[in-house]
Write a protein of this length. Sequence first.
Length: 215
Amino acid sequence: MTMKKLLIAGFAFLSFTTAVNAQFVSHNFKPFRVDVMLGYAIPSGPGAKGGVAVSLEPKYSIIDKVSVGLRMEAAITARGYVKSDGSAVSADVKASGSYLFTGDYYYTNKFFRPFSGVGTGIFSLASASVSATAQNGTASASGGTKFGGMVRSGFDLGHFRFVAEYNLIGKSTQIVTDDQGVPTGTAQIKNSYASIKLGFFFGGGRKAKTVNAKF
């Protein structure tokens, strides 16, 4: 399934959920919201270097304590390479993207709302290269997509949001070549990364209470 088709399917699912639940569920909070987040990305493995993560996540609350959404994120990091001889090096700094269907569960409907969540979808990995100076060699990781998941925990405070996430992505393996192009070994790339993000959201606030006047 292409990325475009995945996005269309996601929005179609959210539209269907909205149409069904609007008829049967009463909300204390407005069901639609959009989260805007910025934070620090922490890639896994030796040789990796941290960077920036930015995300946009439209979502809909099925009930006040359960929401579903679509997280679109870019993470700018240097992934770590571990060669077959055990040495570790860092690759170029590049941006990778992800498109995940998400679900959050809130433990309370008060002003301070802690939550836990999960997500699943595709990660679009950027191509990168590294100079293996010990052997005058290079390793290159071609771009591509991998299926993965995400777990997170955090809290909402009014319209502000804090979240710590861990994105689980499968490892990649590349051939290391010398300066003549002759293979000298392999390099393993860890693609998973954690992030700590702060942000805010539009919509999703508590509904105003209505007062029925009696005459």
